[in-house]
Design a protein around this ligand. Sequence first.
Ligand SMILES: NC(=O)c1ccc[n+]([C@@H]2O[C@H](COP(=O)([O-])OP(=O)(O)OC[C@H]3O[C@@H](n4cnc5c(N)ncnc54)[C@H](OP(=O)(O)O)[C@@H]3O)[C@@H](O)[C@H]2O)c1
Length: 316
Amino acid sequence: MRMIYNPILKRDVSVIGFGCASLGSRIAPAEGLRSLEYAYDQGINWYDVAPPYGDGQAEAILGSFLRSRRGRVVICTKVGIDRPEISPFKRLLRHPARWAVRTFPGIRRHVSRARSVGTRPPLDPKRIRQSVENSLRLLQTDHLDVLALHEPSPEDCRNPVVIEELQRIQKDGLAGVVSIAGSIDSISAGFSTSTLFQGAQFEDTPFLQNLRKLLQENRARQPYFAVTHSVFEPSAWSNVDMLLRNSGRRFGLEGQPSEILIRYALANNPTGTVLLSMFARAHILENCTRAAEQIDPAIVQRLDKLIAQQALPVNK
Ligand SMILES: NC(=O)c1ccc[n+]([C@@H]2O[C@H](COP(=O)([O-])OP(=O)(O)OC[C@H]3O[C@@H](n4cnc5c(N)ncnc54)[C@H](OP(=O)(O)O)[C@@H]3O)[C@@H](O)[C@H]2O)c1
């Protein structure tokens, strides 16, 4: 595993991180724990979670994994979206739903849509503190390495009451670094309002170019780190698949879409961490193999050129 020094966290972190959004929902707790352990053995030391992940179970499952490893891993959890209420009926459906998704992967999107989502009441100091204390209890730790606002609005990120409570949480030693996990508009709103925010987490694919937008909008900003995700977003996958079939070779791009997408993600965010969902052992192995390679910066130019040549839309 290639490690990189994160100057904000002041420690080495793995260039890929483990995303726990499905831990406890699509992925049963025992299976999830096995995947966390396997990924850890391959050198992954960044784990991303949030109160609503895994139908509200992910933090507790990650907490049991952390017990003997806490000092050796980076944990990011979030505040802003509550744990969903899962009715006893839906709880009963969990097991057959997992079986159905495993047997017929095509239905996964429909099952995900039927999932209960957490509410997002307005952010206020009491709610923020309660959420952080609850996360710490479930994660069985006394501090978070990164606390991120979870899909906040630009107004939330400018709100002095929210910023002051986050500052108090940091001062009390409950969170090391405060970050924003959401849209580039929200991240830029927070970055231009307060130096408290030192991390940005957002989706990025060759068709979004969000990191470029963030860098452009925050040129004069004090240092921060970027965590990107949604590498295998389905439309990015199918576009890259089509491009590789049609003209990949002419542009020096060969391989499976997964290979190209992850190499692109790593080369495009060379100083940050790329989050991946990887519960399948084969996915952990492939992603760790890619993450052990030296970055080839040329892949970014080549794929961007191919996308431009085929006139595929890119949100600049
Ligand atoms: N607002 C936010 O902060 C936010 C939003 C979205 C996501 N996230 C974070 O990012 C994490 C990743 O989520 P994502 O949406 O970006 O998912 P993703 O990493 O794009 O993964 C999507 C799917 O790709 C599969 N996959 C992984 N490696 C693969 C490979 N080498 N080849 C083929 N398929 C592969 C995964 O399967 P398996 O998992 O079954 O192995 C998963 O089903 C989340 O868990 C969460 O922690 C944060």
